[in-house]
Design a protein around this ligand. Structure first.
Ligand SMILES: *Cc1c(COP(=O)(O)O)cnc(C)c1O
Length: 487
């Protein structure tokens, strides 16, 4: 059985191609009053080619198109690093409550106590989960949080009267890390992992000098491995006068188990749209709060949400603040969802989520490492990175990913992290059952067998989709957003 695929695919042409002259989506009773005429400037000119369709044409057209989407609500979505966990619908319900959804950002503080209270409590909850002294909710995504964090680090150095020029970044890092450091005016110094998979204190010590403003590290890193020297590493950077930034995109492995703030890290962004179960993909909206140590607290973007007695307010008097990073206060709807998620899970539930995420990744690893190459053999946390080294039949990671689609699975992240040649990065998350994990592993193993025996099945894949194998570069540069019937 091929889970998730079926012979019934709803293809769809453009709405214009459904048009039939004179067809209408309504019928009205005959006019029984005299007609008047509008001033000419209020009358729209005839739109040429405007589709003339019936109501059922319109409903079916858009409903069919909606089935072209793939999301966590349609099936397993094992994109490594992205944490595509299921988003409970209670979060959506809460975010749609009139008081939240209808609250205008210009509403006065006295009339927005509920919204401000929610933001304050979310800051506190994130600080508790991560071990930081304070949190800002302003940044609109992880990468935006990185920018906020690195700007705070720069402001801190400047306040010390000691402007530094370099930022150390291991070669396993997400591309946004060096991009952020460069945007803040720093020279990026890559630290080669030289096949080790994790940073050692000795390596960091070698690179540390008086010009290093910060180390940017991801923990667990993008190979799904815990940086176990992290405390020593933080000590080395601090003793050298630098600060440590943590890319917190992988917090889903740590909740309730370990706190980056306790490891000596100075600044970290959260991706609410990854770890805290808010919708994600298609470019947003996301939310990338940032946690900071007490020393960096004065630099938080203004305004800051504060509690005064029993009420909540916005503090604009922040002389050391790096300034505003986002219109109004950030992506508020995402904050409501994340807060609902945190409250409904509770501390114990969040810990259990991380434990299950790690267990699920290790289950997949255990089933696949017998057949697939596993370049880094340290204990995996919430994701596992394989490579295409053992694939036969001149088949590569891309072929495997395309063939997975024929088996009804969204492919995992591929060719990232860059340090693994032909990387296949699988992150199942805690929300998948053992049955799903088994179906996925069965498909992966069946494809590995096909690569040996019938490699053309991989080279030609996907074959069961509306659109077959595309030239990836052309598809990205000249996207064709309509369905072309095959000749
Ligand atoms: C997703 C991710 C980012 C960037 O986060 P966005 O919210 O997409 O901007 C940064 N680092 C890592 C490791 C990530 O997985």
């Amino acid at each position: 059985m091929r889970p998730g695929t079926s012979g019934l695919q709803l293809n769809e042409k453009l709405i214009f191609d459904h048009s039939d002259p004179g067809r209408k989506g309504y019928s009205l009773p005959k006019l029984d009053v005299p007609t008047g005429s509008l001033p000419a400037e209020l009358v729209r000119e005839e739109v040429s080619g405007f589709p003339e369709v019936s109501e059922v044409d319109v409903v079916r057209h858009f409903t069919r198109l909606s089935t072209w989407n793939y999301g966590v609500d349609s099936g397993f979505y094992p994109l490594g690093s992205c944490t595509m966990k299921y988003n409970p619908k209670i979060n959506e319900k809460v975010a749609r409550l009139d008081g939240f959804a209808g609250c205008h950002p210009y509403t006065s503080e006295t009339l927005s106590q509920g919204a401000l209270g929610l933001m304050y409590n979310l800051q506190e909850a994130l600080a508790e989960i991560s071990g930081f002294a304070a949190v800002t909710l302003q940044p609109a995504a992880g990468a935006h949080g990185e920018l906020a964090g690195m700007l705070m680090i720069r402001a801190w150095h400047e306040a010390q009267g000691n402007k530094r020029t370099k930022v150390l970044i291991p070669d396993t890092a997400h591309g946004t890390n060096p991009a952020t450091a460069a945007l803040c005016g720093y020279e990026v110094v890559p630290i080669e992992s030289k096949g080790a998979g994790v940073l050692t204190a000795e390596t960091v010590a070698e690179f540390m000098d008086d010009d290093v403003a910060a180390l940017m590290v991801t923990n667990p890193n993008t190979l799904g491995l815990f940086e176990s020297d992290i405390k020593k590493i933080c000590d080395i950077v601090h003793n050298g006068g630098g600060l440590v930034y943590c890319d917190g995109a992988n917090l889903n492995a740590l909740m309730g188990i370990a706190r980056p703030g306790d490891m000596g890290i100075d600044v970290m962004h959260f991706n609410l749209h990854k770890t805290f179960s808010t919708p994600h993909g298609g470019g947003g909206p996301g939310s990338g709060p940032v946690g900071v140590s007490a020393a960096l607290e004065p630099f938080r973007p203004a305004p800051v949400v504060v509690k005064q007695g029993d009420s909540y307010g916005l503090d604009y008097e922040r002389p050391q603040s790096i300034g505003r990073l986002r219109s109004f206060y950030g992506n508020f709807g995402i904050m409501v969802r994340a807060y609902a998620y945190i409250l409904s899970m509770g501390g114990k539930g969040l810990k259990r989520a991380s434990q299950m995420a790690v267990l699920n990744a290790n289950y997949i690893r255990a089933r696949l490492e017998k057949v697939f190459d596993l370049p880094h053999k340290h204990r995996s946390l919430h994701e596992v990175v394989l490579s295409d080294k053992n694939l036969g039949g001149d088949c590569h990671t891309l072929d495997l990913a395309k063939r997975l689609i024929d088996y009804g699975f969204h492919p995992p992240t591929i060719y990232f992290p860059l340090v693994v040649k032909g990387a296949i990065m699988i992150e199942p998350t805690e929300t998948e059952s053992m049955e799903i994990l088994d179906e996925f592993c069965d498909a992966m193993l069946a494809i590995a067998e096909e690569a040996d025996k019938t490699p053309e099945l991989l080279h030609d894949a996907p074959t069961l989709t509306r659109v077959k194998r595309l030239d990836e570069t052309t598809a990205a540069r000249q996207p064709c957003l309509c369905w072309l019937p095959e000749e």
